[in-house]
Design a protein around this ligand. Structure first.
Ligand code: ADP
Ligand code: ADP
Length: 233
């Protein structure tokens, strides 16, 4: 579950206050696929970065999978980013000198508890789950197509089994065919129990979403804005 109440992010630029995210409320549950659309500069990426812990809110409450995000710092913050959320970027952001398999192994290696063999086995399984053929597992990202790289990036986001997957324009660099397959994959993850939040311009993503939200000037509109936020206990 991801819930927010009065969540805001203000920037100060040349003595002007930019309300990138302005007092938004929402509650996203497990098994929900949420799309956020809206014009450029409306605050979509900033909102996603705040939920992921990559950026800090100016004010408001945010609860992600039982964790009060505002109270995170230092090691706890790293733990949160590694284990509570998985982030998928428009441009994949894979490490170019590691193979597909090694990219997926990496987040697991940052966390204690799994043996090298378990990590390798889980990474292989995740790559199968996202549909990357075994003969591609040892390829460097530069040798893979955009669609294949995004599959690897999704497998990496799943590595530490987070409950929440966040994606910023995941199909922005893909052709129609690969976009469709990536959307199906994200949709499947939601059906399997994840909360999947996708920021997108892609209408075909919004079409399959359970909750369609729109952002405009830092404000959230659409069905999600009417959902009462879940109170932190
Ligand atoms: P979107 O993802 O919808 O295109 P953004 O979240 O990137 O929108 O940006 C929302 C607003 O916040 C824009 O006006 C943008 O210029 C501003 N903004 C985003 N990041 C910063 C920053 N680091 N410093 C100042 N302004 C920012
Ligand atoms: P994306 O395609 O990931 O949304 P953007 O081009 O919107 O990337 O922003 C890239 C980075 O620059 C982000 O980290 C964002 O916070 C920051 N940023 C966006 N707008 C501004 C701004 N007006 N001033 C300073 N930083 C900004």
């Amino acid at each position: 579950t991801v819930s927010a109440e009065g969540l805001s992010k203000y920037f100060t630029y040349r003595n002007q206050t930019i309300k990138a995210v302005d007092k938004v409320n929402f509650a996203f549950k497990e098994q929900q696929f949420i799309s956020i659309t809206g014009p450029s500069g409306s605050g979509k990426s900033t909102l996603l970065y705040i939920i992921s812990g990559l950026d800090q809110a100016t004010s408001g409450d945010l609860l992600v999978d039982g964790v009060e995000v505002r109270s995170l710092f230092g090691r706890k913050e790293n733990h949160f980013r590694r284990e509570k959320v998985g982030f998928v970027f428009q441009s994949y952001h894979l490490l170019s000198n590691l193979t597909a398999l090694e990219n997926v192994m990496l987040p697991m290696q940052m966390v204690r508890g799994k043996s090298a063999e378990e990590i390798r086995e889980r990474a292989r399984n995740l790559l199968f789950q996202v549909g990357l053929n075994e003969d591609r597992h040892s390829h460097l990202p530069g040798k893979l197509s955009g669609g294949q790289q995004q599959r690897v990036a999704i497998a990496r986001a799943l590595a530490n089994d987070p409950r929440v997957i966040l994606a910023d324009e995941p199909t922005g660099n893909l052709d129609a065919y690969n976009s469709k397959r990536i959307i199906e994959l994200l949709k499947q993850l939601a059906e399997q129990g994840k909360t999947v939040v996708v920021v997108t311009h892609d209408r075909s993503i919004a079409r399959v979403a359970d909750i369609r939200l729109e952002m405009e000037g830092g404000r959230l509109t659409g069905m999600g804005s009417q959902i009462a936020p879940v109170r932190p206990v």
